[in-house]
Ligand binder design. Sequence first.
Ligand SMILES: [Zn+2]
Ligand SMILES: [Zn+2]
Length: 289
Amino acid sequence: MTTSPAVKISILMDNRAKPGFLSEHGFAVWIESGNQKLLFDAGGSDALTHNAERMGIDLSAANYLVLSHGHYDHTGYVAELLNQHPHVKVLMHPKATQQRYSIHPGKGPKDISMPSEAASVLQAHPSDQKTVTEEPHELWPWLGSSGAIPRTHPLEDTGGPFFMDAEGRVPDHIEDDLALWIKTPRGLVILTGCCHAGLINTVEQIKTVTGETSIYAVIGGLHLKAAKEPRIAATLDALKQWNPDYLIPCHCTGDNVIDILQQELGYCVKPGRSGMQLMISPQISMLTE
Ligand SMILES: [Zn+2]
Ligand SMILES: [Zn+2]
């Protein structure tokens, strides 16, 4: 298998932060290996620029922006990034720009679409600079996207009251949800945004797409805070089988679920936060918490 010679994964924005870093309800990760650099999701605002500066990351050097899905908390910095750095290539699902809502019982509808300016900038981005596809897509031989993720597991759902309309008539299955895979010298690293497709569905899809089975790390939002016990149990069983060296739950995973993951899986679980970095090379793997 073609692996990255060495890769550094930096959490640029998360709901929690290391001292000196900013947090928000949002998610963004920076991935780099030599000159190959990628921004996976773009936080809920431009606050990630502060964290990037602190970590010595030059966002203008990004080759790619990949969107895990179109929610506002993953697309806050999209317009500014592409306006300032139009050379950045984009990978996203065709439905990422659609209008959508969450409707929690007793509350009115909340528009959780990406900012309209982000949608317009993405729309206007040159077509030879963007890949808008439902299919799995390889960006480099060592890194690619899952493509749209088949929803086969009976217990997994999107994790929330998501709708396409403000009246709550048409459910939003968040079909645009995708994940990234990285082939590292130590096995696959899987990066999720909110994991609305479910973690088991996501990992199974990536195993199919890559033909790899050894999972080194899972990093990202898992959106399990409202999940019922049987789904949590199935997720735990799957994680025990995959046996990753690192599980780094971020963003929307849910504090209640992070506690359960730590109790059940122990040392491999490292709650994510802005400023965290994982460096993986053939010689060394190092997590800076
Ligand atoms: Zn999210
Ligand atoms: Zn989401």
